[in-house]
Design a protein. Structure first.
Length: 165
C-alpha cells in the first residue's frame, strides 16, 4: 500500500536527514563466510547521506566487508510522544577511508556534533574508518503520515528518487 502523503525529493531528503540527525547508532549487517548474516550496532556520523563508522582491524565485520562490501543498515526507532516509528533501512556499499585529511575532517565533524565523543583514528591504528554509501533507502515516518515504507533509490550519492510501488 503506497503512502497517502505525496512528498517531493526535497521533503523526502529532509525526512531522511532528520532520521540521521536524531540517531547516533545504527545496525550494520554483513555476510559471514559461512553464509550467516552478522548484525552489529555501531556508532556513526553522517555527512549528507554518507555514513561513517569505525571497526577494529581484527573484527569479523571488517573481514566480511572486505570480502563483500555490500551491507544492510537500519537506523531509528520510536519517535514522538505517541511512540510513532521513524526509521531508515538501506542497502549500501562500504569502503575504507584512507585519506588522513578526510579522517581529520570527519573528526572535526564528530566534535562539532558530539562534543567529547571518541574520534576516528588514522589508518595506522588498529581501527578502520569506513564509509557506507547508500544505494537503496526505505523510509518510514509514522508521525509524517508515512506508515508504509517509501522506497528510494539514489541516482547519485545525494539525490533521492522515489521508486514506484
Amino acid at each position: 500500500m503506497p503512502s497517502s502523503k505525496p512528498l517531493d525529493p526535497a521533503a523526502l531528503m529532509a525526512l531522511v536527514t532528520r532520521v540521521l540527525d536524531e540517531n547516533r547508532t545504527m545496525t550494520v549487517a554483513t555476510l559471514r563466510p559461512d553464509g550467516w548474516p552478522q548484525a552489529t550496532v555501531v556508532g556513526f556520523v553522517h555527512e549528507e547521506l554518507a555514513l561513517y563508522f569505525v571497526v577494529a582491524r581484527t573484527s569479523q565485520k571488517l573481514a566480511n566487508l572486505q570480502h563483500d562490501p555490500r551491507t544492510s543498515i537500519a537506523i531509528g526507532g520510536a519517535a514522538g510522544p505517541g511512540g510513532e516509528i521513524r526509521g531508515l533501512s538501506m542497502a549500501a556499499r562500504v569502503e575504507e577511508v584512507e585519506d588522513p585529511g578526510e579522517i581529520q575532517r570527519l573528526n572535526a565533524l564528530v566534535h562539532e556534533r558530539y562534543p567529547g565523543a571518541v574520534v576516528f583514528a588514522p589508518r595506522t591504528s588498529n581501527c578502520a574508518v569506513l564509509r557506507a554509501r547508500p544505494v537503496i533507502l526505505s523510509l518510514v515516518d509514522e508521525a509524517e503520515g508515512l506508515s508504509q515504507p517509501v522506497l528510494l533509490e539514489l541516482s547519485t550519492y545525494t539525490t533521492l528518487k522515489r521508486v514506484a510501488p
